[in-house]
Write a protein that binds this ligand. Structure first.
Ligand code: ADP
Length: 443
């Protein structure tokens, strides 16, 4: 530091000596002062300009220079800062390179998207799973490269679902599960994995269950027939009668389970074109449904309302499955004595809305997304009632197969409302009516 000020002091001394010398020799002190001051200021400007050029070039360490005056202090400070900055940069680069190597080695395809769904980066598995090429596809919108309407909806609402399943663009036999993670200013991390094996396993399991149910039906029908014959037998002892009744009850449960499994595999395995299906009169359908619920105590609580002249285009047994399961659940889970409202309504878009409302215990909000899963039973229901956990899965898939939507509104302690919305192309003779759905009890 002392050295710096000594340099500056020397410069001032030299300037003063030059002033005296020029003044004495020339005899014009004003001119001498002008020349000396001008030289001194020019020298300062020259040093500052040199500093500015170095800063503008990015304070490169290779271009650093010496200045013994006060400019040297600034140069040294900038030099030290640049050195620390470069060390940090090198360290960050090393970490990023390592991270890049690790992410690239992930077995799942990983794609980084900006807030307009443009590809910022992708790893190697994204190449063979999603058919994306790096660097050629970088900067392109992923929705233009993977054309799938479901993916587009998911990209716009990533919080709406946990993940989606799409078909591979390269091989239609490959099913890909796509998961989106939102981070940092609406950027998206897309993680995709091949779940074809899982899907195949699930399909084999479904096929097995469907085949086993089919194979079990004939022997069971035979057993039920023999039990009925035994029922007519007069000489049975009391113990024999009791065993017969137990056997009949269990056979009945088994028959119901097999029928449900077969119906579920039917609604899941085939699709229905918009014009396909038979014309089903709603009043006839509801008569059959009520007759099927004959054995149910509490059936009289059902308050039924539907327009007489409506018909629906669909598969009778599947539409009956929707109605029976929803009404049966409402009877089974709601408090005895409370009313159950069953309605067929036509809305102003000509769609049919089938609703079942009860005043039962309602469904826990955490369980609502899961009740349509096959074999799922609510924690309380498992402990208190008998059931297979297949009813709402049948309703969901049958509604989907008919192009409809199944929805559940429920609050614990305030009852539930289950609705199936059938598209207008399935509705025959639907006069346009005011949407009565809005008039249903507000929960
Ligand atoms: P299951 O009735 O055989 O258990 P479902 O698939 O029909 O199977 O229903 C799944 C679960 O949804 C039930 O276990 C129950 O917890 C819940 N649930 C269905 N309907 C109702 C309802 N009306 N009120 C309350 N909970 C219901």
């Amino acid at each position: 530091m002392a050295n710096i000020w000594a340099t500056e002091a020397w410069a001032i001394v030299i300037a003063a000596c030059s002033l005296i010398l020029l003044g004495e020799l020339g005899g014009n002190w004003f001119f001498a002062a002008l020349i000396t001051l001008g030289s001194y200021i020019s020298w300062l400007y020259y040093r500052l300009l040199k500093l500015e050029t170095w800063i503008r070039s990015g304070t490169r360490l290779s271009q650093v220079y010496e200045d013994n005056g006060f400019v040297g202090i600034i140069i040294r400070q900038l030099y030290e800062q640049k050195k620390i900055h470069n060390q940090r940069k090198r360290k960050t680069k090393r970490v990023l390179r390592r991270l890049n190597r690790n992410i690239s080695a992930l077995p799942d395809a990983t794609v980084l998207l900006d807030n307009e769904f443009r590809i910022a980066w992708c790893n190697e598995p994204a190449r063979y799973l999603l058919n994306l090429r790096s660097p050629q596809d970088l900067g392109y919108k992923i929705s233009n490269l993977i054309r799938d309407p479901e993916l587009l909806t998911y990209l716009n609402e990533p919080e709406s679902r946990d993940s989606i399943e799409i078909e591979s663009q390269i091989d239609e036999n490959i099913t890909i599960q796509v998961k989106l993670v939102v981070f940092d200013d609406n950027q998206l991390l897309l993680i995709a994995r091949n779940i074809s094996d899982q899907k195949q396993l699930q399909q084999s399991l479904k096929n097995f269950v469907a085949n086993a149910s089919h194979e079990l039906r004939s022997p069971l029908t035979l057993i039920v027939g023999h039990l009925e014959m035994l029922e007519a037998e007069k000489n049975l002892s009391d113990a024999g009668q009791s065993s017969l009744q137990t056997a009949q009850r269990q056979a009945g449960r088994m028959k119901k389970l097999i029928e449900e499994l077969m119906l579920l595999s039917q609604v899941e395995s085939s699709s229905l074109e918009p014009g396909e299906g038979e014309k089903i009169s709603i009043s006839e359908l509801m008569n059959n449904v009520i007759a099927a619920l004959e054995e149910y105590a509490g059936r009289d609580r059902v308050d039924l309302d539907y327009p007489e002249d409506l018909s629906l285009l669909g598969i009778r047994v599947e539409i009956e499955g929707i109605c029976i399961n929803l009404i049966e659940n409402a009877i089974k889970y709601s408090t005895p004595g409370t009313a159950i409202r069953v309605r067929w309504i036509v809305n102003d878009r000509g769609e049919y809305l089938f609703t079942v409302e009860d005043q039962g215990p309602g469904i826990d909000p955490g369980e609502i997304p899961r009740v349509t899963e096959r074999y799922f039973r609510g924690a309380k229901s498992r402990a208190e009632t008998a059931g297979s956990g297949l009813g709402l899965a049948i309703v969901k898939h049958a509604a989907k197969k008919h192009g409809g939507r199944f929805s559940i509104e429920s609050k614990p302690g305030q009852g539930s409302r289950f609705s199936v919305n059938f598209p207008s192309y399935r509705c025959i003779g639907a006069p346009t009516r005011v949407d009565e759905a809005a008039n249903l009890t507000d929960r």
